[in-house]
Design a protein around this ligand. Sequence first.
Ligand SMILES: [Zn+2]
Ligand SMILES: [Zn+2]
Length: 487
Amino acid sequence: MLWRMFHNQIWISLSRYRTATGSNRIVDKGLEFDQVDRERNWDDQILFNAILFYLGNKYVPGSSHLPLWRTDGVILTILLHAGPVEFLYYWLHRALHHHFLYSRYHSHHHSSIVTEPITSVIHPFAEHIAYFALFAIPLSTIALSGTASIAAIAGYITYVDLMNNMGHCNFELIPNWLFSVFPPLKYLMYTPSYHSLHHTQFRTNYALFMPFYDYIYGTMDKSSDTLYENSLERKEESPDVVHLTHLTTPESIYHLRLGFASLASKPYSSTWYLCLLWPLTFWFMILTCFYGRTFVVERSRFDKIRLQTWAIPKYKIQYHLKWQKESINNLIQEAILEAKEKGARVLSLGLLNQVEELNRYGELYVHKHPQLKVKLVDGSSLAVAVVLNSIPKGTTQVLLRGNLSKVAYAVAFALCQKGIQVVGHPFACYCSLLGSPKKGQVTPSAYNANCQLRLTFCPFFICLTPLEALTLIMHCFLTVSHFLISS
Ligand SMILES: [Zn+2]
Ligand SMILES: [Zn+2]
């Protein structure tokens, strides 16, 4: 069961990564929130199967002392699957598309037009029972005939999982040469695009894993080959906007959308069992330190604008180490140039990728590449706009607290332009514009040049704690001495 869960997770992560980059994608649409919620409880079939396997192991004679390999049992399993299992599934599946059964049962599976590996096990419970009964034909036959082996049972379950996940992964991965080398393979093995057509067209491609019954009964979709070839040729998506973020804590790798959905849905929370995974977390850290390269985390679409989120394989702690500065800047620069190659028009530097000490809000790259066609955005304009819009109309004085960052300077500058007094902590200061501002980027120096700073004592001085008051006096002394020296 653990192997099955691990195997399924590999397919989930692989499919999310490949559909985010866009190469070989089959259905070019995003997932709806409804689908994600509906497909969340996929573990019910694993629990159901676990109970049945446990009962089988306990009550079927000889099942706990199976040999590793038996050729006759393996051949029997292959023949029974290709024969009765595929045939019975085909007709059961066609029956499930009759409106009586479709509306009551099978429509649940077909609610997902854009499939992902998990879609393969999203069925009503009654369907799970029917499918288990089908897959039990080869397994019970080899068990009762005494030809069962661990290889036959584990191999058959893995085959069913593999084909199920592959059929719903929404990217084409079966190379063309495989069908050229062995042409009958097209009747013996379906492709992801083949089953994808069943989800988009509903009335074609009913086969389980082997399409020959669709050929025999004339239900093969005519566009199967075209879709297969088009999907194989589909290049990586060229994003319009790239958001460049990075890893934060060592555990943040588990919160990526590529991994576990339950953890990805709570990006800032930490759960106790993640601490138990520290050996794995540690190896991930080592791996990203030495072999890390920027990777696509997710894609989204806003109207016609295609957006992608990329992550620099660096943790928050590395941004505080001076000797890491160059390698981080190199990675960001490579990402900018890659985004340019892919046709992105805007790249936003997220979180610590834009701090002043590292690259001066991206200014470093603009100076290095004056012909750069990608607009670098650090998000400060949006932050300023949000702050400005949150200030009620009619305000005449604003108190600014916290670090005097680029955002704070720009907020103060914009407020001064409106004639609003801006008061800073710990001293009250207000600035009035001496002239009209220069066009272009607002920098701290531009702000200072346009503002006249006056120092006055503020009434809230009396509300301070002793420590704050001491800091304030020290700050006052340093500022006055600095002011006297410079003047
Ligand atoms: Zn169907
Ligand atoms: Zn399906």
